[in-house]
Design a protein around this ligand. Structure first.
Ligand code: ZN
Ligand code: ZN
Length: 320
């Protein structure tokens, strides 16, 4: 099968011919139809996440067809959890001590075929073609978890208006929240997309919103945004850092945290998050804006994501 393979962090992916993977007990063999590109893929390629499987097939927002049954399934970032540790036993499998992640510890979807543990696959809602469903599987799921951790905030700021934010803005609007979008300075296209999806205000991340925010979710991997977002918060507000990696957070005066403001992260997903979001998606309905690339152009898709030159989500299309 054709695959894009990471041999060593810091190097581009290489197009490689690999043997078809063989499913073990409890695993499914899926023919990949689409795999969305996540910023986490970039962190792995850039060596910012420790100890990836090598060589590695990236990709953890996979939509594929089960070759046995013909059903269409999604494979998310959480590829396996032990079910036994104290986190799993308390409904927090996202924090499992022994979790294995797709496209990091396990080969992922930048390939024609993938194997996945059946227990961690999700049915894909009808009404979404595979290319448009793929971004729901991480950008959607983890964004949704971050939104939940933002509590019942009425005025929500989204820092970094890319793959995740463009989906979560729609859910937030549907829930009746007010959305304020922050992009890189001068990103007129991102701000326009934000407004078209219901943000009532869009500006550069350094700007103060017209009103204080009850919560902010930071999707950009930029630690300097933590004090910036805290400064935009109302008393009792929360800043949720939604990325798996961030540059260092600069020091800031205690007054930014005072009055019960909270700064926290969100890690991974539980299967409950996945089922909930995928059930919600067609009700909203969440529209995914995609830029499609053939498998061979995975490096190009990653480079454009790195440079902030993707509108919505980048998706590798393996079906056409
Ligand atoms: Zn566990
Ligand atoms: Zn991801």
């Amino acid at each position: 099968m054709r695959a894009q393979v990471l041999h060593s962090p810091g190097e581009p992916l290489r197009q490689t011919e690999l043997p078809e993977p063989e499913p073990g007990p409890g695993e499914l063999l899926l023919r990949v139809e689409a795999c969305a590109v996540c910023r986490t893929d970039l962190h792995i390629v850039d060596g910012e996440l420790p100890n990836p499987k090598l060589p590695l097939v990236l990709g953890h927002q996979i939509v594929g067809i089960d070759v046995e049954t013909g059903s269409r399934l999604g494979v998310p970032w959480l590829g396996w959890a032990d079910g036994e540790c104290r986190f799993c036993r308390s409904g927090r499998e996202n924090l499992c001590d022994n979790a294995r992640f797709t496209g990091y510890h396990l080969d992922g979807g930048y390939a024609e075929m993938v194997v996945a543990d059946a227990r961690f696959c999700f049915p894909i809602p009808e009404g979404y073609d595979s290319v448009h469903a793929a971004p729901l599987l991480c950008a959607g799921l983890i964004g949704y978890r971050a939104l939940r951790l933002a509590g019942d905030a009425a005025r929500l700021g989204l820092y970094g208006f890319g793959s995740s934010a463009h989906l979560i803005a729609q859910v937030a609007r549907w829930q009746g929240r007010r959305v304020f979008a922050f992009t890189r300075e001068g990103d007129a296209e991102g701000q326009e997309l934000a407004r078209s999806l219901g943000a009532e205000w869009a500006g550069a991340s350094g700007e103060q919103p017209p009103e204080p925010l009850d919560a902010a979710i930071i999707f950009a991997p930029v630690g300097a945004l933590v004090p910036v977002a805290l400064r935009a918060l109302e008393k009792g507000g929360v800043v949720v850092c939604a990325g798996i990696h961030m540059s260092d957070i600069p020091s800031f005066p205690y007054e930014l945290l005072w009055e019960e403001r909270v700064a926290r992260s969100v890690a991974n997903l539980t299967r409950d998050d996945g089922h909930e979001l995928l059930e919600l998606a067609p009700q909203v309905p969440i529209e995914t804006h995609v830029e499609v690339f053939p498998l061979e152009e995975a490096n190009e898709a990653l480079d454009r994501l790195r440079g902030g030159r993707i509108s919505g989500s980048a998706v590798l299309d393996l079906a056409s």
